[in-house]
Design a protein around this ligand. Sequence first.
Ligand code: GLU
Length: 369
Amino acid sequence: MKKRKLRVLASSIAAVSSIAASAIALTSCGGNNVTVPDITEKGTVVILATGGTIAGSGEAGKETGYKPGSISVESLIASVPGIEEIAPLHAQQVCNINSDDVTSKVWIQLAKTINAYAEDPDVAGFVVMHGTDTMEETAYFLNLAVKTKKPVVITGSMRPATSISADGPMNLYQSVVVAANPESEGKGVMGVFSDSIYSARSMQKVSTFDVTAIAAGPMGALGFVRNKEVFYYEESIKKHTYNSEFVIAPDDKIKQLPDVAIVYFAADADPSIIDWAKAHSKGLVVAGAGAGEFSEKFIKKLNGVVSDNYPVVISSRIDSGVITQDSVLVKKAVAANDLPAQKAAILLRLALSKGYTEQNKLIELFKQY
Ligand code: GLU
């Protein structure tokens, strides 16, 4: 146990010096070339920190008014009793930002970093620490862009580290437990939050403040974590990680994803926002009402912009249910299946990055992923 602790500290020292050397890169992270060190201890869990509330600091005891992404990864690890007993840890601060500032450049950097570490036989799994606001988006992106059967877990917290009863240390501990467990292999990217394990595809933020803010709606949890044990009951059958066609290799030249606009429909919404979207993006996702519906004037406008060069995907502002292709009101558009708009946009952006714009191809992808 003592030896493992030393390993954590050694990696912390390495991480501290690299943070000091790249302070500017941390605030504007993303799009950088990826180089990862050789890991020498078998079974190492690599912790990649990006910021968020889990690294948030504010007035002692308060849950609000704090600054996300203020505390370093090694301080966070040091605050979790017994974490060093689960597995050897290697920590890397990828960035330290509010997750609302995460961009496709950050996603790509994370995917390349994980794919580079994954080639190392001494790496057993990964934990990505992240703000909860956009955690589900990073999770779904990584689920499609990472090529490994090694467990990749994403976690965060709802309360800053300086609050009373912060939830971050437990979430980090449980995430390392899941990432170090061989039973977690091949399950795709998973979110671990408040004792539960979720698939990246189904997880969603469902509350502005609850410590159970990450959930998976009708699909539910894949399993649970209790102490150092992992209990699995379910599995996602959609394509991900090792059988995804959207993997981004460490030496891939891609720096960011094509822009996709999301338009949210509400009663009496002005459809001219669709013209703006068309002028500023390569594709569009509409969060319709109910089963992906909208007004006659929206239908008319969307029929005017959709084409095999400008794909339109129809999702819903409702969190539960499925959009079927035969119910899509704009016949050249693509049903998002059960993906919420923010995840449909990620799949569309990845499809566009491969040059897929044609309706039938996109319909197929939205069924598979
Ligand atoms: N806006 C912050 C973030 O996503 C706070 C949400 C959180 O981390 O819980 O980074």
